[in-house]
Write a protein that binds this ligand. Sequence first.
Ligand code: ADP
Ligand code: ZN
Ligand code: ZN
Length: 657
Amino acid sequence: MFAEVAPCLPVTRTFIYEISGSVELPARVTIPFGKREVQGFVVGLRNEAPPGLTVRPVTEVLDSETLVRPDVLELCRWIARYYMAPLGEVLKGALPPAITRKHLDSFDSAPLRPEIVRSPVELTPDQQRAFDAIAKSDGFRTILLHGVTGSGKTEIYLRAVEHVRRQGKTALILAPEIGLTPQLRTRFAERFGPALAMLHSALTRKQRIEEWIRIYRGLAPIVIGTRSALFAPLANIGVIIVDEEHESSYKQDDMPRYHARDSAIVRAQKAGAVVVLGSATPSMESFRNAELGRYECVRLPERVEKRPLPAVEIVNMREEYARVGKQTVFSQRLIGAIEERLGRGEQTIILLNRRGYSAFLLCRRCGYSFECRDCSVSMTYHQSIRRLLCHYCGLTRKPGSECPECSSEYLHYVGEGTEQVESHLNGMFPQARVSRIDRDTMRKVRDFDRALGDLRSGKTDIVVGTQMIAKGHDFPGVTLVGVLAADAALSLPDFRAAERTFQLLTQVAGRSGRGDTPGEVVIQSYFPDHYTFRLVATHRFEEFYAREVHFRRTMFYPPFTVLAGIMVLESSRERAAGLAREVGDFLDGIRDRSIRILGPAPAPLEKLNRTYRHQLLIKSASREPLRRALTALQTHLSERKVSPTKVLIDVDPISLL
Ligand code: ADP
Ligand code: ZN
Ligand code: ZN
């Protein structure tokens, strides 16, 4: 017998090996590959080898019975094809690391009878309508659940899961990040108890294997997890829920570069399941699909129990500067609002999407700024370590007291980060209990759980944090949200800058007034008239969508074109430019009029970890020409023996940095 093997390496083709005995597809094997031994998956079997080929035998068959369910194999094949990714790598990512058949065979646990507790609340009429849309589905269907923050989307998820469980089917719930899973788990555990399994990156290897096996054995028919839980070995899926479907963390930014939301829809289609995409700020892509009738859209336009959406005010920081006469971090308006909250024993969240103490260190005499030696970005000053830190590669350096360029002493710290804001707050409100939530203070999932718990239970008065605090959490005592430097994200060189800003501000505003007291939001901006701020303030998603759609249509951006990014990585600027030019010339040479090539050009972040990065962008009116061009490029590069790790292809990129 001969096996077609997809190696777990960054190569997109398969290779033929001799194999004895029968195996189930896709069985894991080890194979000799060049001078190495690597793992791979048997993805096809045949009786004859192509003539004229010297075929080596497979070294070892790791599982003759496969651990990959047939529908997961199909999903992996789709991902490999759609995202131009190596099938072996996709399959590897679908299994917990280091799992073996032995784990499965030695696992014993009495089957549990999952019990379902009926929901204690009555659905609102809007919720009922949303639930009916899900429950009436018989077979595959995608539902966009567009509900404002606090409108009871999670309750709908719970009911949808209950509904499919009563039919004996299973459920998969995806959350955009690990920080949101404990909260979901608590709410699901109350209803479904032991039927629940969790899959995310904070589990130990052993825990992950145990959870995976419980799912595989049918002991945990409800799975909550992050991106890679997409591959959970559930049989008979009835519903897949993608919470906060607009979040960019659903896109893996490493090989294989798949989008978990879009792939979840494919999995559901193959399984005949319903998909629920939930968000207060749906992505342009999903909203467009709903508009075109590909998805059914159900809306929850109001918060439950008639709680009002928070009142949002935009403070003009240019006027503030003119009045106060110097650059200030907090406007008078925001300071007053915080004082009021402290007086009433209510809580405040301050969002600043920049960690560290100062964004950068600048010489006022010659303009020198401290950049990372290995990346083309400014280093951020962190007071806690008294050093400059590169947020991309982690390199640190001592700031010194004079400019390395001109030896002047006029070094100036510019742009405050969360660390500095925390110390300002402590200075202004010594009686308040202030805490900070960002990647520096939240090293472990447990830290984050504790900090969120303290906020929920009222042990904290003010929390300052990065976008980590913006998402999905429910804090009934928070009645004020302040946003500092709201403009920062708008000026990023990315066509999604406005969409991202709108989403972030709406999300963080949604943390306010979720309890019995109405909420308030104060956004500080130097461009208060920008439509993104105006429409966030008036909670008008549809109008924002209409404006964005116009921009995307005229500029040929998604959802009106399909995009692929090509990133060329080399050890020097010249080599990067040279290889990028070769890629560009090859693509131009295809002469397909339905695709447009932009670039090559240095990436906005040209140097990262000592590697130079140049990029190209392909725009196409439809998928097929894009696929053809990329496939031709991959073949060309492999013939030219260019390592696939030097030319990264990203289909449907979500970030162009
Ligand atoms: P979302 O997920 O849309 O932000 P949640 O599902 O968290 O909203 O609901 C917000 C709050 O309202 C929660 O505390 C939830 O328990 C409560 N809630 C949800 N649905 C109802 C309902 N039908 N009746 C009463 N309270 C509800
Ligand atoms: Zn200088
Ligand atoms: Zn760096």
